[in-house]
Design a protein around this ligand. Structure first.
Ligand SMILES: [Zn+2]
Length: 358
């Protein structure tokens, strides 16, 4: 279980690295000054509780505990700890084997566990704990055991694998995107907006509402979770929905969800809800921010960068969700070529939001 989890985080780390490489290849534009982007740190996981500190977009903080999908406990750089809106935290994954993996303070058992007198399964058992029992870790890494104190103050040793690992994780404060009527007009502006959005719609996370206590709703556009949908078993009841301006070009869709909903949302966030929609079917006219629809495969992507290969053939990079038709996982940096289009036996329909074609 623990090894699997490490593998999961390693894979995520790899994806983030791949994604970072891609993002680094995109020209960096001056960040907009935003003086109103300061947020309160609360003493309890509730917006009505007392404020104990503040932080700003771009600050790095330490994530201590994901209290709920909506509230996280964090530590600011000045040492203040408190609670903040989980949506503000852009999480970063480290090589947890070397740095972030720590069993700290109050920890729960992952499985039923025996507390031994010494770090040895042949030593005298002092207590038997059920799964989810609370202990205090006093020391870790003792021959595969942790030294713990129980609720009754007794001390002993538990095998590390029987404890739920907690992670002190760095996080970067980000803004929650907002829809507005107007948006990017040029491709440079669209690329800059997409770069900002990639900090919120994080690669490897899931655009769904699983475990948030929120329902699938047109009002819950910005829920991002760490839990995959599983469409074959759950259907589409946890996938986020957003029926945006792009739907004007697809009268057959009264509700947009999964890849099409995600692309609808990003398109409106980049260009504004009032930007016009026009359609064409030419791969060579694709521009940054366009919606590319694979018609036969029923898949939508939003273009993040357009390039030409050595033969002058157009290819592009895109962001999408649900590329596996299974999980609504967010992906940035997918490269898509004409060759791949031919391999899929498909053709594209493109919606652009630019007021005039070049
Ligand atoms: Zn889904």
């Amino acid at each position: 279980m623990h090894k699997k989890r490490n593998l999961f985080f390693r894979r995520l780390l790899l994806w983030v690295l791949v994604c970072t490489l891609f993002i680094n290849a995109v020209p960096v534009y001056a960040e907009e000054e935003n003086s109103s982007s300061s947020y309160a740190l609360y003493t309890a996981p509730h917006a009505a509780s007392a404020v104990c500190g503040s932080f700003s977009v771009g600050d790095s903080v330490t994530l201590l505990d994901t209290v709920s999908p909506l509230w996280n406990r964090v530590r600011l750089n000045d040492g203040t700890t408190g609670y903040c809106d989980a949506a503000l935290l852009g999480k970063m994954f480290l090589d947890i084997e070397t740095e972030a993996e720590r069993l700290i303070g109050a920890v729960r058992t992952r499985t039923a566990a025996i507390v031994f007198q010494s770090p040895d399964t042949d030593s005298e058992p002092l207590a038997r704990l059920p799964a989810n029992a609370l202990v205090t870790v006093l020391a870790e890494g003792v021959d595969g055991f942790c030294m713990v104190q129980l609720q009754n103050r007794k001390m002993g040793y538990i095998e590390e694998d029987a404890l739920q690992h907690q992670y002190e994780q760095p996080a970067l404060i980000r803004t929650v995107p907002e829809l507005s009527a107007a948006g990017a007009v040029t491709e440079e502006e669209a690329a800059a907006r997409l770069q900002e959005l990639s900090a919120y719609f994080q690669h490897g996370f899931y655009w769904n509402c699983i475990g948030t206590g929120q329902r699938q709703s047109k009002d819950n556009l910005f829920l991002i979770t760490e839990t995959p949908c599983h469409h074959p078993s759950q259907g589409y009841s946890y996938c986020n929905i957003y029926t945006g301006t792009l739907c004007n070009a697809y009268p057959e869709y009264s509700t947009a969800m999964q890849c099409f909903g995600y692309v609808n949302l990003l398109s409106d966030l980049v260009f504004g809800t009032e930007a016009p929609v026009s359609s064409h079917g030419s791969f060579d006219r694709i521009r940054v921010g366009d919606h590319v629809r694979l018609v036969l495969w029923d898949h939508s992507m939003l273009v993040t960068k357009v390039c030409k290969d050595e033969n002058g053939e157009t290819y592009f990079y895109a962001t999408d969700v649900n590329a596996d038709y299974d999980s609504c996982q967010i992906q940035w940096g997918r490269k898509f070529t004409k060759q791949e289009l031919r391999r899929l036996g498909d053709y594209v329909l493109v919606q652009t939001r630019y007021p005039t074609e070049p």
